[in-house]
Ligand binder design. Structure first.
Ligand SMILES: C[S@@+](CC[C@H](N)C(=O)[O-])C[C@H]1O[C@@H](n2cnc3c(N)ncnc32)[C@H](O)[C@@H]1O
Length: 245
């Protein structure tokens, strides 16, 4: 058994497990034409930065779904400290199984997580659990323009070959049973502040770790951050704000 979990070593204690930020979560929430929802699910919630923003802002229970139990325990602790434990319910399940647990979702939220089961697949699976006219706010790494530096293209050819353009993802969303209300691209600082600026020194400190899986993960993370620096805005995290048809 591997006693070193690369994920816990690299991400343990972090508030953000991906690009994003509370102001962006709130901005997206306010783009929706209504602000009251009965059933809210946050898919791939991690330690729940955005879960807590949604719960506090809406004053409604948020079902926080993730397959990594340590993250959910962290979220439970954070929700207690913020005195909103009554507004957060964790579910340690695979997000592809959301329709087995929830059949009448009014708002499905997912930041930086859908790619784990494939963006198109995630939207299709979740559509069956979202009420007619219900909403999905889902972010996905997307190409922002056609001119892409070679190093960046090569990195994603192996790192995320399924990455598509915004136009392609809009078609994916429509084919999966949604109308597109709008899109929103995270600014660069949402990648750096509280995420890459925390992750980079951690990853560099783990590059000589005795365990090869930790070393590999650390090297890949340092490379990812270098690629981000020379990306010339060729890719970004795009939120797709969708309504179920
Ligand atoms: C990049 S993190 C984003 C977490 C959080 N939404 C945020 O922005 O801080 C992706 C999350 O998806 C979770 N995850 C990955 N595959 C999953 C799956 N199949 N089902 C549920 N959660 C999954 C991971 O455990 C992790 O917490």
């Amino acid at each position: 058994m591997n006693i070193y979990n690369p994920i816990d070593l690299l991400f343990g204690g972090m508030e953000k497990l991906g690009p994003g930020g509370n102001v962006h979560t709130l901005h997206l929430l306010r783009l929706l034409p209504k602000q009251q929802f009965r059933v809210i699910v946050d898919a791939g919630c991690g330690v729940g930065r955005q879960t807590m923003v949604l719960a506090k802002e809406l004053g409604t229970l948020v079902h926080a779904v993730d397959s990594h139990e340590a993250f959910l325990n962290d979220l439970t602790q954070r929700a207690k400290e913020a005195r909103i434990e009554h507004l957060v319910q964790t579910h340690c399940i695979d997000m592809k199984d959301i329709p087995d647990v929830f059949q009448h979702i009014d708002l499905l939220w997912s930041e930086g997580a859908a790619y784990n089961i494939g963006f198109s697949n995630a939207l299709t699976i979740w559509a069956s659990a979202i009420n007619p006219d219900g909403f999905a706010v889902v972010s996905e790494l997307s190409w922002l323009r056609e001119q892409v530096p070679n190093a960046v293209r090569e990195f994603f050819q192996s790192g995320y070959p399924d990455m598509q353009s915004i136009q392609q993802n809009l078609a994916v969303a429509e084919n999966a049973g949604y109308r597109v209300l709008t899109t929103y691209t995270l600014p660069k600082e949402a990648w750096v502040e509280g995420y890459y600026d925390v992750l980079e020194p951690r990853a560099k400190a783990l590059i000589d770790h005795p365990d090869s899986s930790v070393r590999d993960f650390a090297v890949e993370t340092v490379k990812e951050i270098e690629i981000f620096r020379c990306s010339e805005d060729s890719y970004g995290y795009v939120f797709y704000v969708l309504q179920r048809t």
